[in-house]
Write a protein that binds this ligand. Structure first.
Ligand code: MD6
Ligand code: FE
Length: 205
């Protein structure tokens, strides 16, 4: 926590190291994943996502042949998603404030696990009810290239290297922005080994 916020694009802010140290976050992710295991979701188009996902908090993001939606329980188990740790909630709230969006109270935390070769194509996070709330995205472990396309998915994105503990916040005029993550390069990180995690905090409902 500390470094001056950097502007990637209007209302898209990079907070370098804001979530450091990340070891406690990784331990909390392991607790979540013991209750709601990582899984590779199917897309409505019939593909399978290369990023493995799980959730914590009141609402969890899910995708299958029927489409994208938020669910109150894990479709794999029928049990409610694991609780969102208070430390996660506080981190998201503080990061949002630092990014210019005070009053963010997330009710969904999507946990993404990337192995080398995994990627996230250009998309926007658009399944949330109230688009006045921002998205808070926390990077953990191996570095990745975060791609900001902006208003359309065409054209060359702005490329930002996101490292362990970095947080990206976007909202307001950027809330509908297209973004993605380039194919993860192999590596060995002291906290996560050969993995990258990403926490995406949202206000779903
Ligand atoms: C990132 N992730 O991993 C940004 N969005 O830095 C995302 O934008 C994202 O990982 C929706 C679902 C999963 C994700
Ligand atoms: Fe996203």
């Amino acid at each position: 926590m500390a470094a001056a916020p950097m502007t990637i694009a209007p209302e898209v802010t990079l907070l370098r190291g804001f979530a450091a140290p990340t070891r406690p976050i990784v331990l909390a992710i392991e607790v979540v994943a013991a209750l709601a295991p990582f899984r590779h979701l199917k897309t409505p188009g019939g593909g399978t996502m290369s990023v493995a996902m799980t959730n914590c908090g009141p609402w969890g993001w899910h995708s299958d042949a029927r489409g994208y939606r938020y669910t109150a329980s894990d479709p794999l188990s029928g049990e409610p998603w694991p609780p969102m740790p208070e430390s996660f909630r506080a981190l998201a709230r503080k990061a949002a404030m630092r990014g210019g969006f005070p009053g963010f109270e997330p009710d969904a935390c999507l946990v993404n696990r990337y192995v080398p070769g995994a990627q996230m194509g250009a998309h926007r996070d658009w399944d949330e009810l109230d688009k006045r709330f921002p998205i808070v995205s926390v990077s953990i472990g191996l570095p990745a290239l975060f791609l900001w396309y902006g208003a359309t998915r065409r054209g060359r994105p702005l490329v930002t290297r996101v490292e362990d503990g970095d947080v990206v916040v976007w909202g307001g005029s950027a809330r509908a922005g297209y973004h993605g993550v380039r194919k993860l390069a192999p590596g060995d990180h002291p906290v996560t080994g050969a993995l990258r995690y990403n926490l995406t905090f949202r206000r779903a409902k």
